[in-house]
Write a protein that binds this ligand. Structure first.
Ligand SMILES: [Zn+2]
Length: 102
């Protein structure tokens, strides 16, 4: 399998698989640059084990009134986007430019 920047581990398909794999997931904002670890077990309690963070983003919940988008990444050697190449390209085309992990 080619290691593209959107390279995705199989367990990213849903919360059950990510928890079983011991995945570490972070949410971060492309605008205010805030970041936080995600408690996957607590999230699953709210949304269920079939829920997937893949190719998902939401309005910033890290900073009040921030106009940015929150995105998700997971640790697999290095931090990787929880999104496939097609989705990343679409988001980039909408104005998202650079990423700095923190
Ligand atoms: Zn923000």
């Amino acid at each position: 399998m080619a290691k593209t920047r959107g390279y995705l581990r199989e367990y990213t398909r849903n919360l059950d698989a990510m928890i079983e794999a011991g995945a570490q997931v972070r949410v971060w904002c492309e605008f205010c640059k805030e970041a936080a670890d995600i408690d996957l077990v607590a999230l699953r309690a709210r949304v269920g084990g079939e829920f997937s963070l893949l190719n998902r983003r939401c309005r910033c919940r890290l900073t009040p009134d921030c106009p940015g988008w929150n995105r998700f990444s997971y640790l697999s050697g290095v931090m990787r986007h929880l999104a496939d190449d097609e989705t990343l390209a679409r988001w980039e085309a909408q104005g998202w430019a650079s990423v700095r992990w923190r």
